[in-house]
Ligand binder design. Structure first.
Ligand SMILES: [Zn+2]
Ligand SMILES: [Zn+2]
Length: 301
């Protein structure tokens, strides 16, 4: 399943910011027919200013990055301009990088791509890890070399600019470390919280502060309350904790993501019904979903 051709390129209507959910799954991709509506690819989000040909800001390269890469390649061919993109990696677990070797712009030497990650002492840690994964003997060729992306580092709380947005990384609680992001778009803030397990008081306080007043929050809700009891310490959270956080912080719209591969559409429908009954401004993210931010408000498209 692939989102419709991205209409946010040159010539599209201007004045807003578009968020596209290319993949909302966690842990492993699933191609089961029973996941046709919520989608089986793992996390990849695209944030882009409408109508001015600005580069996309991409969060994570889960299996859905393959579809996003194909769309960016088609755009580059149609416009004659090589792909420019800024990529943020929340961490390096497989479900967040598995799409990297299949991301078409990596194969175009003319692409201009910057990748940032917050793990390790310097950017070499993420670069070496990704290149080891996306290269022999795990993958037949080394696509990352072909576009020579620039690599960079970030630290929680240190704001930087990427793709024309102000990005502030947020420390999260996850095995091996992970960073979320508050992304100020000028049309409202988008917060990406995942992967993350609630329960560390200092980290939870930082997350609560970071998501205050956001127009949109994407939150790791791999579990409901009952599932969570069986998975304490696995590094993920619940829709009930995310919904309560959003309500306290005045978040406009919350999209829960990191859906486990074993849940089918029917199970996710039930989960969404429960979540919406408790938190009407919350939804489960679906592959192909997009929304537009303007004047601090988010509208599902
Ligand atoms: Zn994950
Ligand atoms: Zn993870």
């Amino acid at each position: 399943m692939s989102p419709a051709a991205d209409p946010s390129g040159p010539g599209a209507s201007s004045g807003g910011v578009r968020l596209t959910v290319w993949g909302a799954g966690g842990s492993a991709p699933t191609g089961r027919a029973g996941r046709a509506r919520f989608g089986g690819d793992t996390v990849c989000f695209e944030i882009r200013r409408d109508g001015c040909g600005s580069p996309p800001l991409i969060v994570d390269l889960g299996s859905a990055a393959r579809d996003l890469g194909r769309t960016l390649k088609a755009e580059a061919l149609a416009t004659g301009r090589p792909t420019e993109a800024e990529i943020l990696l929340s961490h390096l677990h497989l479900d967040h990088i598995i799409g990297a070797p299949f991301f078409a712009p990596f194969y175009d030497p003319a692409s201009r791509i910057r990748i940032r990650c917050g793990l390790g002492e310097d950017s070499g840690f993420a670069r070496d890890t990704l290149m080891a994964f996306a290269g022999p003997p795990i993958f037949p060729i080394q696509p990352i070399h072909m576009s020579e992306p620039a690599w960079d580092m970030f630290r929680p709380g240190e704001t930087f600019e990427a793709a024309g947005f102000q990005v502030t990384p947020i420390a999260l609680n996850h095995p091996g470390g992970c960073c979320g992001f508050r992304i100020e778009t000028g049309e409202g803030a988008i917060c990406v919280i995942g992967d993350h397990e609630h329960g560390d008081p200092a980290i939870d306080a930082g997350v609560a502060e970071a998501v205050e007043g956001a127009a949109v929050m994407l939150y790791d809700a791999a579990y409901d309350d009952a599932d969570y009891e069986r998975h304490r310490g696995w590094g993920h959270s619940t829709w009930s904790v995310g919904g309560a956080l959003a309500a306290r912080a005045g978040v406009g719209l919350t999209l829960f993501h990191h859906h486990p591969p074993e849940l089918d559409d029917a199970a996710l429908d039930l989960r969404e019904a429960d979540a919406r009954a408790a938190y009407p401004r919350a939804r489960l993210a679906r592959q192909g979903m997009s929304l537009r931010l303007a004047d601090g408000r988010a509208e599902l498209l």
